[in-house]
Design a protein around this ligand. Structure first.
Ligand SMILES: O=C([O-])C(=O)C[C@H](O)[C@@H](O)C(=O)[O-]
Ligand SMILES: [Mg+2]
Length: 455
């Protein structure tokens, strides 16, 4: 193989892998589990080739991911960055501490089932992205070209609205943010306005499961009035019973683009979906022409692994899958997921946790290659005032332009990386694992992770 700059053969063997855990400032965003901690852990992965090309990747930084990333990284020395398939075989050999996956759901309970394979894939994804970035840079090609080529020049994202406090509790070291509080319908609408002004978003997703459903219905109604015709979503992270889910879906049927994980798990989601279909059928039998055929259900909780697809699709439990390249195992697995969804007539979009620009660049590259992407993707990026890049990615009209520069098209700012790593080193361990319930207990010592269904 030769490089883009001449006929000199390129050496794509991995000679070094750098893992840098960091803590990134995070505002006090509320969800059904609690509240975000003032700093959240992320892991930055650098894969260096014999020619000195460095590829970048990013994933979750909690201890259980780091524990896997370290032995995995050691195995990669000498492998070619072209051999992305090998990453999965190498990962299969890395032992997972069973105590890390003994529960049914991950810490925080927001990302669905936690299995050893899913943990491995969450680590592999960062290395896959780093290898593709390095390969793209070596060849002078953008990552989307390595994935078969882009089918769009810009990727649309939605504003990710959260109920939030004005600041983290008194006395807790934290960075300040300028978003203010959002704890009622007016506050949510105000936050949405800021998102629109600052980034041009036209779709809005509200993280629910925080207040009793009637309050969240009122917030979505207020959004619909303030932004008529704009796609709206509500996501209580499985906090509701089937009956509550049906009630909310019916009340918001005329304004919701989709309802995300109203109830927990495929059987409950299937019941909700069936109930909504039945209601839509009887409305149309009674001449309720013009009513939608039930609100579609979306998930990033009951379909988060390939193993969960069969049951969910057979039961018609979900109509949109929100992929996340971190836990699906990378960009190529995301494409495979999209192909399966297409085959079954299920829509696809993207889920997001707290992430930085490397991940946003990776999401944008893969999203640009997925033909049937009919919903704006989620991204937490606007909530992150800090990054490890020399230049932040920009949302224009709610979209990120797909970079045609080699690799992901982003550059690491080593000073920023060192600063955020220093914060991780200085932490006594309390913030190295995300724990939204613990953060909530700082304000409310009686707080316990609510049992589900909460309402
Ligand atoms: O279901 C979702 O969209 C998420 O879980 C996204 C994030 O984890 C969000 O809920 C959060 O960080 O609080
Ligand atoms: Mg969700």
């Amino acid at each position: 193989m030769t490089s883009a700059w001449g006929s000199r053969p390129v050496n794509l063997a991995i000679t070094d892998v750098r893992l840098t855990p960091i803590l990134v400032a995070d505002p006090p965003l509320l969800n059904t589990q609690g509240v975000h901690q003032p700093y959240t852990p992320r892991l930055i992965v650098e894969v260096v080739t014999a020619d000195g090309v460095t590829g970048l990747g990013e994933t979750y930084g909690d201890t259980k991911y780091l524990e896997l990333a370290r032995p995995f990284a050691a195995e990669l020395i000498g492998h070619q960055v072209t051999n992305v398939n090998a990453l999965f075989a190498i990962a299969d050999e890395v032992a997972v501490d069973q105590s890390r996956v003994s529960g049914q759901v991950d810490v925080g309970g927001l990302r669905g089932v936690q299995t050893a394979d899913k943990l491995r894939l969450s680590v592999v994804s960062a290395f896959e992205v780093a290898c593709l970035d390095a390969l793209g840079k070596a060849l002078g090609l953008p990552v989307h070209a390595l994935l078969g080529g882009k089918v769009r020049d810009a990727v649309e994202y939605s504003a990710y609205l959260f109920y939030k406090w004005a600041g983290h509790p008194e006395g807790v070291p934290a960075e300040k943010d300028d978003w203010g509080a959002a704890l009622d319908p007016a506050g949510v609408v105000e936050q949405a306005r800021k998102f629109k002004e600052r980034y041009g978003f036209t779709s809005f997703k509200l993280k629910g499961g925080v207040f009793p459903p009637d309050e969240e219905i009122a917030a979505v109604r207020a959004l619909a009035e303030a932004f008529p015709g704009h796609p709206l979503r509500l996501d209580p992270n499985g906090a509701w019973s089937v009956a509550t889910s049906l009630k909310v879906a019916k009340e918001l049927a005329d304004v919701l683009e989709y309802l995300e994980d109203p109830a927990l798990g495929t059987p409950a989601m299937a019941e909700v979906a069936a109930g909504l279909k039945g209601a839509a059928r009887s409305a149309s039998d009674k001449g309720g022409g013009g009513r939608r055929a039930g609100v579609p259900l979306a998930t990033n909780m009951c379909v988060t692994t390939f193993a969960e697809i069969r049951e969910a699709f057979t039961k018609d439990a979900v109509q949109v899958v929100l992929s996340d390249h971190h836990y699906w195992g990378g960009l190529r697995n995301t494409q495979q997921l999209a192909a399966i969804c297409r085959t079954f007539g299920v829509g696809v979009s993207m889920h997001s946790n707290t992430h930085l620009g490397i991940s946003l660049a990776a999401m944008t590259q893969v999203a640009s290659t997925v033909p049937d992407l009919h919903h704006a993707c989620d991204s937490h990026y606007p909530w992150q005032s800090e990054d490890v890049l020399t230049e932040r990615l920009v949302f224009d009209g709610g979209k990120v332009t797909v970079s045609d520069a080699p690799g992901l098209g982003v550059e690491l700012d080593r000073d920023r990386l060192a600063l955020l790593h220093r914060r991780w080193l200085d932490d006594d361990g309390t913030l190295r694992d995300r724990d939204d319930a613990a953060a909530m207990r700082v304000a409310d010592p009686q707080w316990r992770t609510p049992s589900v269904p909460r309402w």
